[in-house]
Design a protein around this ligand. Sequence first.
Ligand code: SF4
Length: 440
Amino acid sequence: MTNIKNRRSGKNKQKKLVTALVADRNGEIFELEGYAAVGMAGQHFEILSTANTIIIPHGGELMYLPDRRPVLYNIENNHLEVLDENPYAPGEPVYPVAAFNSPGYVAGYVSAFEERDGAKKLPLFSYGAVGWLGEGFRTSIIQVDKEDRQDLRLMKREDVIKGVQEMRKKMPDNRLRKHLERCALEYGCPAGKNFFLGRYEAPLPSAQQCNARCLGCISLQKSEEITHCQERISFTPTPEEIARIALEHIVRVEKSVVSFGQGCEGDPLFAAEVIGPAIKLIRSETERGTINMNTNGSLPDILNELLDVGLDSIRVSINSLRPECYTAYFRPKGYLFDDVIRSIDIALDKGKYVSINYLNCPGITDAPEEVEAVMTFLKDHPINRIQWRNLNFDPIGYWQVMMAASPSGQPIGVKKLLGLIRKNFPQVSFGYFNPPKENF
Ligand code: SF4
């Protein structure tokens, strides 16, 4: 066991500590009496207690982290330790445990661990800190959206299949309908399922290309170490195919949203030649429904045209408001961070609803330098909403890349960051999903 610096705060001493969870060589997860769970934000550690955790919401899943050693808090000795071996089976390895939390919650801390030599990068998930107390798991997260849009309990497979069969009859030759069937049934994509269930927001994937190479892109990874989890759409749907799906959804769903820019495509700005005419077709039939685009915002002139044609809202993905950190993660080809900001300004000038998809990784997102950058951004660009998303990427790998791009100081804590933004920018709403225009 290796001792590392104890940062237990006086405040946490009054709270109940959350017992550590670890996994054995078979991946079996168990509690470790005498140890409290620890959360990590960059190089900073926080002991988990009732003060910085909540009971894990439905849908959260536990994972163990291979090639890694857990950092835990030894309660009796009052210090942090890196555990090398399983205390119940000396000589055998022991692994850290993390939680992949449900939509609507943003991580306060990630699971605390150290990499063993030669550790492979973790797959594309977020790794929330988690432990056990009383009768249940507790995890370090903050709720940012209460909507049940992606609550899997409300998406029964038999209902999705019924919807799939109905849509097959209604639009047998529509290739986009067929593509969404695969998303819903094979990949378990909640957006795809919601189309067939007639709920909330329907996806309109259209683009095969992208001009970024995000470290955590879920639809394209060139290295063999990290695998992408969805296949990119392999054709460009026609405007008619897109409009047919969108209209079907808009007609049957109250306060519906239809969105370009999904996990199974490139960036929709690269499909503007079909998206523009598709929006015109939709709007020639109805003014109902919100037409949204999730985008990297890299091509302001093209976005400008789509906004004029009838896009109602945009959500721009950003991991950091510091250009160096943005560039290190998005690895743009042929555009600059300033182009993204210009896209946001164009949409705001036209009175459109603008969200950012702010990818959170404790230790970077809540670093003082990032806090200053986000405050300045919000002052200069009065966006409507921050959609807080947990970055699905190896946290230590991400931290290393970000630190090389621009140093980050001691984090203030994600909860405090949220509080600061609420206080200084009360008009900016927090959430996880794209709102319908009725709620703008
Ligand atoms: S902007 Fe989207 S599609 Fe493009 S590389 Fe990043 S995650 Fe992938």
